[in-house]
Every structure is written in C-alpha cells, then in structure tokens.
Design a protein around this ligand. Structure first.
Ligand SMILES: Cc1ncc(COP(=O)(O)O)c(C=O)c1O
Length: 391
C-alpha cells in the first residue's frame, strides 16, 4: 500500500501536546500562533494495519484488563532480529509505560541520593531532569563538535567517570539531538570504560528504527555478553510507528540478576500491564508495520535533504549536518541570529515552535532542534518563516 505523507491532518483541536495551542502555550511564553515543529512525534497517519488492529479493539467493545500474550513477545523478538540483528530473549523484556519513567525508575532503584550520573551533552533533556528530580548529581561530558559532526571525547568521558565515581551512564543511541548513530567501535570504547569502572549503563535506543540508508544501528545488545552485566536497553515502537500516545515502551535487561531486581522493585508499584491498545499497537507495528516504516524513512530522507538545500541556498550562515538517524534536525543559528535572543526571534517574528538548543545543555546555545517528521509543505512553510524573519 502506498501511503500519502503529504496529507495535512489538523492536530490543533485534539489533545496534541505539539499542536494544540492551549497545550503548548506555557512552553512558549503564552504564544498560541506558532507553527509547531517541536515535540518528537510525527504528523503522519499511523500505518493501516495498526489502525485496523485498534479498530478491532473498539469494535469488540470491551476495554477490560489485558496482559501480554506470546504473540506480543514474539513480535518484539522477530522485529529486533530482522531489523537490528539483535537476539533478544523473552525473559529480558519488561513492559514500561514510557522510556522516561523507566529511566527515573532505574535511577530510583539502582542508585542512591547524591550519586553521580553521567550524560553526554547536548542531549535529550529529560535525562538531566530525571536525574535532578531524584536528587542525584548530573555530570556532563560534552561531545566534540567537529564542524557539525559530533564525536565522543573518550579521554574526558573516562576522566569524568573516574573522578566523579559515576554510578550510572545514560547513553542516547541514536543521539537526540545531534543525530549521530554511534558506530560499533565507539560503543565498544564506552562499554570497556564502563566495565572497567563498574558503571551501570542505560542505552536509550528509542530512535533505533529511524536510521538513514547509509548508516546502520548497533545495539548495545550486539556487543559481547561481558558488557551486559550492568545494562538496561530502552526501546519502543513509539518513535518507529508514531505511537507515543499509547504509552507502551520496552526495557530489555539481559542480566537475570538485574532483571530480578528491576521486577522486584516494579512489584512495589505494580505498573505491570500494557493498556489494551498498547498490546495491539506493539504487535501490529512490529508484525505488519515495516512497509509503512520503509516509506516513512524515504520521506524523512527527502525532508532532511530538503532542509540542507534550503539552508544552503537561503540561509548559508546556518550550520546543519545531515542527521544519520532520528527525524530531528540540529541547526546552529548563532551566526544567522547575530546576537538576537532566540526565543524572541522564534516566538515573535518567525512564529515557529521548535526545541531551543539550550534545553539540551549549554553546548546547544544558539541552536534549534527542528522536527522534520511532517508533510513537506509544513516544513517548507516553517523554513520560509525563519528565512523571512531573518530578512
Ligand atoms: C531519546 C529519547 N528517549 C525517550 C523518549 C521518550 O520516550 P517515552 O515516550 O517512551 O517516555 C524520547 C522522546 O522524544 C527520546 O527522544
């Protein structure tokens, strides 16, 4: 089936966090007239097999308690084998209503107050929030920005771990917002250092199905088993199939002792069962969503390149490197803005809602993160607004 990702679906009157002005205005100083390209979900209609599966639930008419069945586990296992060459065992899989709540839960149950947690900035800001809201201390190791292509400063990474007695490291792979898909040799170096200092690792791989053709995702679970001792891998069908609203994500824990400790802690709060739509969404996505995903990836590939062309032609002072994965463009506008306050520019002049770079760390000052998982006409409109406001 051929999907039409050019279709514009009005999300402003439903409870879309990204689009409904009443819901986004608090983030953007009360502004209600912005074109939203911020929150990381897609403006594309979900794959038909997923919608059909949900409709079946509705038509059945009863929304009682549900629990995962064998097909749910097999769907997860098959998908990860096929798409990421990852051999997942059923015993490793734990349902969570979100990767972010799971990260907080791991922090609460596997570290102590005042412990130090390492992140690589600029990075997805809830990593910092989950740490600080739980009275743990954040330590940052800045990525090296080589003219827009980010790499890891391994010397600094190891030094920070050693000097701060780091208990937990939160990895983002692919990396939101800089778009790097970490290579095997980079992950091996991380894994070696974390093993040496006995550091717990959360590998957040939620964007791992959104990889552009010339790159491939390496899961931490494809590294040698000796690196799994202290490992939690976070994944989900939510970014992949645009299902964030059904609140069904997954934590994979290959070390049985760690898994038991996680389950025991989970037993205290008993957040155990996915909602009815979640189960059907996971199954339908992983079993029948591949055709849709392939088409989305092609569309996203064109959008990421469209941004590159647009900026090169019209705003050459903006610096942008094609992301290797994710649907997020990380754009350095510091030169283009010539010292103008970025919030004022976007909210009063360009009228576009994006994520401000400094949300991700001080390294992001002057940057924006723009979500290009939208119809091309919306993307073009947003870029034109930025261009015209700069003029
Ligand atoms: C790196 C990363 N992790 C986690 C999440 C959110 O995951 P969840 O909706 O499962 O809490 C996002 C959403 O943007 C993300 O970019």
């Amino acid at each position: 089936m051929k999907y039409n990702f050019d279709e514009i679906i009005d999300r402003s009157k439903v409870n879309s966090k990204k689009w409904n002005p009443n819901l986004y205005k608090d983030t953007f100083n009360g502004h209600t007239d912005l074109l939203p390209l911020w929150v990381a979900d897609m403006d594309f209609k979900v794959a038909q097999p997923i919608l059909d599966a949900m409709r079946k639930v509705i038509d059945h008419g009863i929304l009682g308690y549900t629990a995962p069945d064998e097909e749910y586990y097999q769907a997860i296992i098959q998908w990860n084998k096929k798409r990421k060459n990852c051999d997942i065992k059923k015993d490793w899989i734990v349902y969570t209503n979100g990767v972010v709540p799971a990260i907080s839960f791991i922090i609460q149950n596997f570290t102590n107050e005042e412990d130090h947690i390492l992140i690589q900035t600029p990075v997805y800001h809830p990593f910092r929030m989950s740490t600080e809201n739980n009275n743990r201390k954040i330590i940052t190791s800045s990525l090296i920005n080589n003219n827009g292509y980010y790499t890891i400063d391994f010397e600094d990474f190891e030094k920070k771990i050693k000097e701060n007695n780091i208990k937990l490291f939160i990895l983002c792979n692919p990396h939101n917002p800089v778009g790097r898909v970490w290579k095997k040799d980079e992950l091996l170096k991380i894994a070696e250092i974390c093993l040496k200092y006995n550091v717990l690792i959360i590998s957040d791989e939620i964007h791992s199905d959104l990889i552009f053709k010339e790159h491939s995702h390496t899961s931490f679970l494809t590294l040698d088993e000796k690196y799994w001792k202290n490992l939690f891998v976070c994944t989900a069908p939510s970014k992949t199939f645009n299902l964030a609203g059904i609140q069904t994500s997954l934590i994979l824990i290959p070390n049985p002792e760690l898994k038991l400790k996680y389950q025991t802690a989970l037993g205290k709060v008993r957040i155990e069962n996915p909602n009815t739509f979640g189960i059907e969404g996971v199954k339908a996505g992983y079993l029948h969503g591949e055709e849709w995903l392939e088409q989305v990836l092609e569309y996203l590939d064109n959008n990421r390149k469209f941004i590159q062309k647009f900026l090169a032609e019209k705003i050459p002072s903006a610096k942008y490197t094609l992301p290797e994965g994710t649907y997020l463009a990380w754009i350095n506008l510091s030169e283009a803005l010539k010292g103008e306050k970025i919030e004022e520019f976007f909210e009063n002049k360009a009228k576009v809602a994006i994520d401000y770079g400094n949300w991700f760390g001080e390294e992001g000052e002057g940057y924006i993160r723009l979500n290009f998982a939208c119809p091309k006409s919306i993307l073009e409109e947003a870029l034109n607004r930025i261009y015209n406001a700069l003029k």
